[in-house]
Design a protein around this ligand. Structure first.
Ligand code: BGC
Length: 357
């Protein structure tokens, strides 16, 4: 009898999972296209999306494009051919997907831009992201607070300004958010930038490469800092911060050193190695964007589309993609300092303590 129940139970499970996400017998299919597996955050994003979508019974295929724009386009084409019903895409180049998304629209496939806006196309339906401008504001505030600018410190302080990939729309928002905090101090001569290299996209770090960031910082240190020290570096994300940290170490900076103490350094993503750098006083703070929450938002929209409901958005003004304003859901970013690593990253279950040891 027990055995029979076991068999019936198994049959029921198989039946439910075969019908899960039902679509007249055919399972709903979600194609996910991520920029690269090399950067930790995107592989975590991909895993979160896969897990949450599969839980709802949908068929899922997650593709990573190694930061290669044409690879991403052919992966999307492939997902269309395989019969995807919805595409969730974090673009490498936000302006390069217009033709492939036209193909998607012709097949009635809905498109959700993930983390980065897809521009110059009518064929993007929703956008889920973190408040990108606010990420920049929080980065600016890390420097403002650590240098005591908010308490009236007059410096002048030497601050070098890094910005993200020129083809990534987010990089523009991070940069402008941060500069909204720092520019008034630059105007008053409280912040100096000895390299005078400030600006996005001109000085953006291509592909957010930590190696390119390291090269740029090394060049700046040897050209402008032979008789000065750096007080702060605005870094738009953790990969860039890691490059900056390596360059500083190479030039003899060390945490707590009497002559060359580590400067204030910002970041974003809470990558494991950068959390370790924060714990070791090499990086001041990072902006944590809980990828579980972002994935959940994309999944909620996906489910609403499949169920014929109304997808939840909370911003219908900010993200103009040059063709239309894309209805967006913006999640809230959080600053993480050494003191808040535990509550923000460990107690929340994002990392295990052993991950960042
Ligand atoms: C994302 C960041 C990420 C960067 C590099 C940006 O678009 O918002 O979280 O660090 O791309 O991949």
């Amino acid at each position: 009898m027990k055995k029979l129940y076991g068999v019936l139970f198994l049959a029921a499970i198989l039946f439910i999972s075969a019908c899960g996400g039902g679509n007249g017998g055919k399972r709903h299919f979600v194609g996910v296209s991520m920029p690269t597996k090399d950067l930790e955050r995107w592989s975590v994003d991909g895993d979160n999306l896969e897990r949450q979508l599969e839980k709802l019974g949908y068929k899922v295929s997650v593709q990573y494009a190694q930061n290669d724009v044409s690879a991403q386009i052919s992966q999307i084409e492939n997902l269309i051919t395989l019969g995807a019903d919805i595409l969730i895409i974090a673009p490498i180049d936000g302006e390069a997907l217009t033709p492939v998304l036209k193909e998607a629209a012709e097949k009635n496939i809905k498109v959700i831009a993930y983390d980065r806006l897809i521009k110059n196309t009518p064929d993007v339906d929703y956008y889920v992201t973190f408040d990108n401008y606010q990420v920049g504001v929080l980065q600016g505030r890390i420097i403002e607070k650590a240098l005591g600018l908010d308490k009236g410190a007059k410096g002048p302080f030497n601050v070098e300004i890094f910005s993200g990939a020129p083809d990534d729309n987010n990089a523009y928002y991070f940069f402008s958010g941060a500069m909204s905090v720092l520019q008034p101090y630059i105007d008053k001569g409280i912040i100096l930038t000895p390299s005078r290299q400030v600006g996005w996209p001109k000085y953006g770090i291509e592909q957010w490469s930590n190696q390119k960031a390291q090269e740029r910082m090394t060049d700046i240190l040897s050209a402008f800092y032979t008789s000065k020290k750096v007080d702060a570096v605005l870094s738009p994300n953790d990969a860039v911060a890691y490059g900056v940290i390596s360059a500083l170490k190479g030039a003899g900076y060390a945490p707590g050193d009497a002559k060359k103490p580590f400067p204030v350094i910002t970041g974003q993503d809470a990558d494991k190695v950068n959390v370790q750098a924060i714990l070791h006083d090499e990086q001041t703070a990072t902006i944590f964007k809980d990828t579980r929450v972002l994935a959940q938002r994309a999944v909620n929209i996906t489910k609403a589309i499949f169920d014929g409901g109304t997808p939840e958005v909370n911003d219908t003004k900010t993200y103009n993609n040059n063709v239309k304003i894309v209805p967006s859901y913006l999640c809230a970013p959080v600053t993480v300092y050494k003191e808040t690593v535990k509550p923000a990253l460990i107690d929340s279950g994002y990392y295990k303590e052993s991950d960042i040891k």
